[in-house]
Design a protein around this ligand. Structure first.
Ligand code: ATP
Ligand code: MN
Length: 478
């Protein structure tokens, strides 16, 4: 058995004189005497003071940045600035050496781009310690939110044979021998002998299956990995990301918006309450970063103010049609500063438009509803106007779309007609259609991109920095 004291506990401990053992990784070693040691339990390091005159030189030489050591000694009140306690070490053991010539993390500021290349080691920096603690807290909060409300956590499949969204942006799953591809008589790939007996993919969403659960269990949610083979090299897209998808029976679009707003506020509040040190650290980090920017580009609110603001204000709710009117009349549209000029109703909103609405016009989170049916999926409930569907997108400052959802089409005839119009194969989705044949009911749900949420709460700017090992075009390292 290995016993040790966690640094987080010791930093709050006032029992001076007690014997303690810490284990962790050396951040810095100064004057052959002062070790700043981190064990990941908190952002701060603890200072370990060595009695170097009584320690062999050969041992001292092995105390290098990155090395793992164990220190045993007395907890004492610190005389130095910046820390409350320190350890007067009596014994030092080297647990794992680290060659200082080769260890890539030096005790200085590294760029996030560089750290991304050494993602296996970036956990050891304060920034990533904070980011991944917050990521954990948010995931935990998502589960508590739904659990408190009686939702059932449902595991939807990761391998699916239905190309639900109808878009060619899925990853194929196959065991076909690429050197000997089976072909049908007309030359197409023959999947009949493939592992699943048909073409299979990694899922882009668990929604359709979650709907099946909701129509029996009442309220369900998924929280799992989803995959998109879209070739979008942006700061907001990953090829593998985590999505939270609640689905609720006997709910309409307004219930859906209320649920989404409550969820976002709950998890942000949870992070504020449970990660104060991490958020404080990231707030300062962001202020430091912004010092290099021209005044006009700096944020009006700091990270904590931004999160508080989000909690204390109702999200602005308006229809797509109202948003188009605002955008058409907006300065950047009039002056042709948008890359995509809004000519009129029907245009798909680009991220620049979403961000204008949120950051410049309303200056708060926005929920847009009732989009044109042409730019939305087949399963969204059609409005009486024959033009729009009961869709909602939630737009966040600095992020753009964080949630996409809708009330689902529960009427069999409307659903199948729309599938026909959009060339969605009905045989493949017979089980989805069955739900409308056997006890159909109004229901609604949405998808929250977990990394976009983490991005917002941590104030990081690139989605690749809020997931431990990001997958994106031409990258699947680690
Ligand atoms: P976008 O227009 O930003 O690509 P989308 O309309 O494709 O998003 P949905 O299919 O509605 O998004 O997915 C639901 C949510 O999942 C989005 O609101 C977003 O938060 C998240 N999301 C979608 N695609 C990605 C991605 N490639 N990487 C990370 N998160 C994503
Ligand atoms: Mn997309």
């Amino acid at each position: 058995m290995i016993t040790r004291n966690k640094i987080k506990d010791l930093l709050a401990d006032r029992n001076f004189g007690k014997q303690v053992t810490v284990m962790g990784w050396v951040r810095t070693f100064r004057n052959n005497r002062f070790v700043a040691l981190s064990d990941g339990s908190c952002i701060q390091t603890i200072q370990v003071v060595l009695d170097y005159e009584n320690l062999p030189d050969i041992l001292l030489k092995r105390i290098t940045t990155g090395a793992c050591i164990s220190a045993n000694g007395t907890l004492v009140e610190s005389v130095g600035k910046g820390q409350s306690v320190e350890i007067n070490a009596e014994n030092i053991d080297i647990i794992g050496d680290s060659d200082p010539e080769k260890f890539p993390l030096q005790p200085k500021k590294h760029s996030l781009e560089f750290l991304r290349e050494i993602a296996h080691l970036r956990f050891r920096t304060n920034t990533f310690n904070a980011v991944f603690k917050i990521r954990h807290a948010l995931a935990f909060a998502v589960h508590s939110f739904f659990n408190e409300r009686g939702f059932v956590y449902m595991h939807t499949p990761i391998v699916t044979a239905s190309d639900a969204e109808g878009a060619g942006e899925m990853f194929k799953v196959t065991t076909i021998d690429f050197d000997n591809i089976p072909r049908t008589d007309d030359g197409e790939v023959d999947f009949r002998d493939d592992f699943f007996g048909k073409a299979a993919n990694l899922t882009v969403s668990g929604q359709l299956e979650a709907e099946l659960g909701a129509m029996a269990l009442g309220e369900v949610y998924t929280f799992g990995p989803t995959f998109r083979a879209e070739n979008s090299n942006t700061t907001r897209h990953l090829a593998e990301f985590w999505m939270i998808e609640p689905e609720v029976a006997f709910a309409d679009l307004e219930d859906n918006m209320n649920l989404a707003e409550a969820l976002l506020k709950y998890v942000i509040k949870y992070a504020l309450n449970n990660c104060p040190e991490e958020l404080q650290f990231l707030k300062s980090r962001l202020l430091e970063e912004e010092k290099n920017k021209p005044l006009a580009e700096r944020s009006e609110l700091d990270l904590l103010e931004k999160l508080e603001f989000c909690l204390n204000n109702e999200f602005e709710r308006l229809t797509y049609t109202e948003a188009i009117d605002i955008l058409k009349a907006s300065k950047p549209n009039q002056k042709k500063q948008f890359k995509y000029i809004i000519e009129g109703w029907g245009a798909d909103l680009q991220s620049e438009h979403e961000r204008f609405l949120v950051e410049k016009h309303f200056k708060k989170p926005v929920i847009l509803t009732d989009y044109p049916k042409e730019i939305k999926s087949f399963y969204m409930r059609q409005n009486e106007d024959g033009k729009t569907v009961r869709a909602m997108d939630i737009l966040f400052p600095g992020i753009g779309e964080i949630i996409g959802g809708s009330q689902r089409e529960e009427r069999l005839d409307y659903l199948t007609k729309r599938m026909e119009e959009m060339n969605i194969p009905q045989e493949e989705l017979y089980w989805y259609i069955d739900l409308r044949k056997f006890g159909t009911a109004p229901h609604a749900g949405f998808g929250l991109g977990f990394e976009r949420l983490v991005l917002f709460v941590t104030g990081m700017t690139n989605i690749r920095d809020v997931i431990p090992f990001p997958r994106f075009p031409k990258n699947a390292e680690f």
